[in-house]
Design a binder for this molecule. Structure first.
Ligand code: MV4
Length: 445
């Protein structure tokens, strides 16, 4: 049994994990950098350990220091949150080798899904739809050109070791593809140390729709419906919602079955997300995220399942508390609020001099902000997630306008005004979304 959980993260997700631990009756250990001494997760945890200097490389990514903190405090489990070391298979292995419980998927599943070409091949072998493309990384330019001619342009090259949009190149003809092949390999080598790239048919106007799954070590995998995540800028999501305005019960069932098959193919355990591209009524596997995600609250609100509590249960060898896909109820939308200039997206660290938080019917706020908090410049700029719930999408939009307009943060710039403008957009209001939405929205300002 777990008694004390070390949270290998910071910010709002560290606070969210402390909340689940407290509900489960587990003690908590916060780790923090020198820049995070005054952080809320440090204040709220039962104990805390400073693990190093401000730069993440020397603190939140420092495996040796984190393991030492677990040993010093007698923690018996580690929750990695998202980002940082959450999808580092080696960290998961070290945690387990030190006799600690890893609150996450098996290292082997992390490693396999981390190699995007292998992930694609593995799930395709279990009948999960993938776009036409290369099962193995491509060895030569001419191999790429030949394949592209057989599946038809446009095509996209993706780094096998990549994900989240890094090292991608689109080509509309053979000449572009030859050039893209060299630059994509070069970029992949530089970013990930591995030059391997694979090729897929390119979809021009897809939606990004993902399925939340949760799995226990008895081989039970439950799909918890979809999240529509098409509102993104530079591969950073801004708004997510559930259910998707375009997913029918039949599609939800088919996507849930496909996501569960993908999870089973790698012996998955814990919470995970299977990402799909969706266009013209068809869905295609894109990649699997082997972590709890930023947008998990959207699913919690429409399913009633506490995903972090489920992670704690299954990590202790217990069975899932949900045994089948629940009926989705109502509608939820998450607005990611960043400490950034809403026009230029330049980071805006600094001290929060005044703070008024929204509440009321249908509002959940996941945040580590407090009045007087100094937002450090070293980490990502997410400062709050406003998650709005209602009986249908229209009610959520009304509640979102109300809650965003009653959210006052002074001393720094935030993206709250940007969200209020998106809420006025005709396509957004109508649910006409695609991964192209933000390009169009920003260029028409
Ligand atoms: C694609 C695609 C179109 N066709 N693959 C972006 C992140 C990475 N995981 C894969 N991505 C894409 N893959 C094919 N075959 C378009 C994207 C894409 C995208 C996907 C989801 C959300 C936003 C996006 C923005 C640009 C491109």
């Amino acid at each position: 049994m777990i008694r004390k959980v070390l949270i290998a993260n910071r910010g709002e997700i560290a606070v969210r994990i402390i909340a689940a631990c407290r509900e489960a009756g587990l003690a908590t250990v916060a780790i923090h950098s020198e820049a995070d001494r005054e952080a809320l997760h440090v204040r709220l945890a039962d104990e805390s350990v400073c693990i190093g200097p401000p730069y993440a490389k020397e603190s939140y990514l420092n495996i040796t220091s984190i393991i030492a903190a677990a040993e010093i405090t007698g923690a018996d489990a580690v929750h990695p949150g998202y980002g940082f070391l959450s999808e580092n298979a080696q960290f998961a292995e070290v945690v387990q080798e030190c006799g600690l419980t890893w609150i996450g998927p098996p290292p082997g599943a992390i490693r396999l899904m981390g190699d995007k070409a292998t992930a694609r091949r593995t799930v395709a072998a279990r009948g999960v739809p993938v776009l036409p493309g290369s099962p193995e990384p491509l060895q030569t330019r001419e191999q790429a050109v030949e394949l592209a001619h057989s599946i038809g342009f446009p095509v996209i090259l993706k780094a096998s070791a990549g994900g989240g949009g890094k090292g991608m190149r689109v080509a509309h003809d053979a000449r572009e593809l030859r050039h893209a092949f060299d630059t994509a390999r070069h970029e992949a080598e530089r970013a990930f140390g591995v030059p391997d790239v694979y090729l897929e048919k390119y979809l021009t106007q897809p939606r990004h729709i993902e399925i939340q799954v949760i799995a226990d070590r008895f081989g039970k995998v439950v799909a918890l419906g979809e999240r529509e995540c098409s509102i993104q800028r530079r591969h950073q999501k801004l708004i997510e919602e559930a259910p998707s305005p375009v997913i029918t019960p039949e599609l939800r069932k088919a996507m849930g079955d496909a996501a569960a098959a993908a999870a089973k193919a790698v012996g998955y355990e814990s919470a995970g997300t299977v990402e799909f591209l969706f266009q013209d009524g068809q869905f295609y596997f894109m990649e699997m995220n082997t972590r709890i995600q930023v947008e998990h609250p959207v699913t919690e609100l429409v399913t009633g399942v506490d995903l972090v509590l489920e992670q704690l249960r299954v990590a202790q060898g217990e069975r899932l508390s949900v045994t089948r896909t629940p009926k989705l109820s109502g509608h939820a939308m998450e607005f990611r609020i960043n400490a950034e200039d809403p026009e230029t997206f330049a980071p805006s660290p600094g001290t929060v001099s005044f703070l008024a938080l929204p509440g009321g019917p249908g509002v959940r706020l996941d945040t580590h902000l407090y009045r007087g908090y100094r937002i450090p410049p070293y980490y990502d700029s997410l400062i709050a997630k406003l998650i709005v719930y209602g009986s249908d999408r229209q009610e959520v939009l009304r509640r979102a306008r109300r809650a965003l307009s009653m959210f006052v943060v002074e001393g720094i710039k935030t993206t709250i005004p940007l969200h209020l403008k998106i809420l006025e957009d005709g396509d957004f209001k109508a649910g006409n979304l695609s991964t192209r939405f933000m390009d169009r929205f920003l260029s028409s300002r």
